[in-house]
Ligand binder design. Structure first.
Ligand code: AKG
Ligand code: FE2
Length: 241
């Protein structure tokens, strides 16, 4: 499991995956984030890295190394199963593929900080696997006032996702109100719908863009991650999970 992604460059044919150079992809992403609050692009990552991450999540699943996801920091698991049905594993830099992925996201973090003066401090991410029938109801990833998750990211790991595969991520018009103003049941205008195709990357403002995962028909693999602000206060380090 640990050494499937060679640290050397992938064969040049696989680099064709992205038509736009990386700098242009990052520039487009930052522009979207600043103006709309969200961004998504297909084939954002090199195919070889995506393949290595897919193989790693497959192996973790086979080894029974994923655990049921919670909601909130205390992991209220009973409530959680009615809201989300995925199983997760946090990335910990254990493999070349994880290190490559986290290094790329760290570069993105620095680019966003330079362009938008946000002061993103760190990145945390987990693999997620939704079994058939699973979903994640409409939610925000952080709440204003205690918003240490600033920008959410999702990278999809499903090759050849069929049009009727379900499992799309739906993005809704940003809300300004924070915890009291956000009602997950209220009507909301859809602003984007993303198929979880391998290599597609989505990011959005964690405290203002409601989103949901529609029920999936097939097993659905991804990496969800968050750029965080350092929210430690009074010498108490804010726990990340
Ligand atoms: O997998 C996705 O498309 C979104 C997952 C999500 O919203 C989350 O993990 O908070
Ligand atoms: Fe989310």
């Amino acid at each position: 499991m640990t050494d499937r992604y060679p640290p050397s460059s992938p064969p040049s044919g696989e680099l064709q995956a992205n038509e736009r150079p990386q700098a242009a992809r990052i520039e487009a992403l930052i522009d979207d984030l600043a103006h709309r609050g969200f961004s998504y692009q297909t084939r954002f990552f090199d195919a070889s890295l995506i393949d290595a991450l897919i193989a790693e999540l497959d192996a973790l699943y086979e080894e029974d190394a994923l655990s049921a996801a919670g909601i909130g920091r205390l992991g209220e698991h009973q409530l959680a199963t009615r809201v989300r049905g995925d199983a997760i594993r946090w990335l910990d830099r254990i493999s070349p593929a994880q290190r490559a992925y986290l290094d790329l996201l760290d570069g993105l973090r620095e680019a966003i900080n330079r362009a938008l003066f946000i002061g993103l401090f760190e990145f945390e991410a987990h693999f997620a696997r939704y079994p058939p029938g699973a979903f994640y109801k409409r939610h925000l990833d952080s709440f204003q006032g205690r918003a240490n998750r600033v920008i959410s990211t999702v990278t999809y790991l499903n090759r050849h996702w069929p049009v009727d595969g379900g499992g799309e991520m739906v993005l809704f018009e940003p809300v300004a109100a924070g915890p009291d103003g956000f009602d997950p049941e209220a009507p909301a205008r859809e602003v984007g719908r993303v198929r979880p195709e391998a290599g597609t990357f989505v990011c959005f403002l964690s405290d203002s863009v409601p989103h949901e995962v529609l029920p999936t028909r097939l097993p659905r693999a991804s990496i969800a991650g968050w750029f965080r602000r350092n929210a430690s206060m009074g010498g108490v380090i804010d726990p990340s999970r």
